[in-house]
Design a protein around this ligand. Structure first.
Ligand SMILES: [Fe+2]
Ligand SMILES: [Fe+2]
Length: 318
């Protein structure tokens, strides 16, 4: 993957600086939200697969870490303020975390892109959705993998059970990210990691940044696992709708197979994530309970903002 096209002063500075970091250089402020989203996404990618045209040492360069710290602080404040605004007067600290996760998911009334795909989307819209989704699905489960060493015994074992499945049960051809790449190829899109980042909506980048932020900070392990749980709990049914929509548009084949895999897998993963990961984590580390719900809310809220933005761009009712 190559460094993305800048979208403002900060991302422009970063693209130049990451190619050849200069000690002591000070970054400018982001011009706008989109510039900040792309900049943080770029910085996080240094910890995943990196860029062909960036210096690998930039990941830990102090000048770069300072920028990452400032962007992450602003992102976390924004996400927490959305969470607090949604739970006025103040969020409860749940005693039954799996039950609270179920209630949160049940109350989610965000627009459904999968519904749109099943019933009305045209082929171009589906390809646009897949390009946006590729930013995450081509590194599916990687943000959760950061969290493994930070969990107590029961949650760690359950997360590994889930991750083993996501990573193909030992078969490289079954890796979910690889299944998605094969699906991209089959529908005529580029399967390479990060190929469509220049087309990514800021909402797409922000959703990815939230997952990376939670995954990269031990302090946010509860939020990371809550985020994972909400993702898994809202995947099985929409995946079935995606299969139906892809079928309707004559795009059955490897892309439909990717979603089909998730109909059954995520029906199991949602219980693993809610009960065996988040439930036991909250029992073993009660101070994580509130952040588990914060992470779950952030996942649902990010998806809802993304879906609204895309449906609005298409002039489609949610
Ligand atoms: Fe998956
Ligand atoms: Fe899953």
């Amino acid at each position: 993957m190559r460094l993305p096209k800048p979208r403002g002063g900060l991302s422009e500075w970063l693209v130049a600086h990451l190619a050849a970091p200069v000690a002591g250089e000070v970054a400018p402020q982001a011009d706008c939200w989109e510039d900040a989203c792309l900049s943080l996404w770029t910085l996080h990618e240094l910890s995943y697969r990196g860029f062909e045209d960036a210096d690998d040492r930039a990941e830990w360069a102090p000048s770069v870490l300072t920028v990452r710290h400032d962007l992450e602080t602003a992102l976390e404040e924004r996400l927490r303020s959305r969470w607090l605004a949604s739970t006025q007067p103040a969020p409860d600290v749940p005693t039954d975390v799996p039950g609270a996760l179920e209630a949160l998911v049940a109350a989610d009334d965000g627009p459904s892109l999968a519904d749109h795909v099943r019933r009305r989307a045209d082929g171009e819209q589906v390809l646009e959705l897949l390009r946006q989704r590729s930013i995450y699905h081509l590194k599916e489960s990687d943000p959760s993998a950061w969290v493994v060493p930070r969990l107590p015994v029961r949650a760690k074992a359950a997360l590994m059970e889930l991750q083993y499945d996501e990573y193909g049960d030992g078969d490289p051809n079954r890796l979910h990210s690889h299944l998605f790449a094969r699906g991209m190829e089959a529908v005529g899109l580029r399967p390479e990691y990060g190929a469509y980042v220049d087309d990514a909506l800021p909402e797409t980048l922000e959703m990815n940044n939230a997952g990376s932020l939670f995954g990269l900070h031990r302090r946010l392990r509860g939020a990371a696992m809550g985020h994972l749980a909400a993702f898994e709990m809202t995947s099985s049914l929409p995946s079935r709708k995606m299969v139906q929509g892809l079928d309707r548009l004559g795009l059955a084949g490897p892309m439909a197979a990717y979603y089909d895999e998730h109909v059954e897998a995520d029906a199991i993963h949602e219980h693993l994530a809610a009960r065996d990961i988040c439930g036991t984590l909250a029992e073993d580390e009660p101070d994580q309970a509130a952040d588990i719900l914060f992470g779950a809310f952030t996942c649902l809220d990010g998806e809802s903002r993304f879906a609204s933005a895309l449906l609005a761009a298409w002039g489609a009712e949610s």
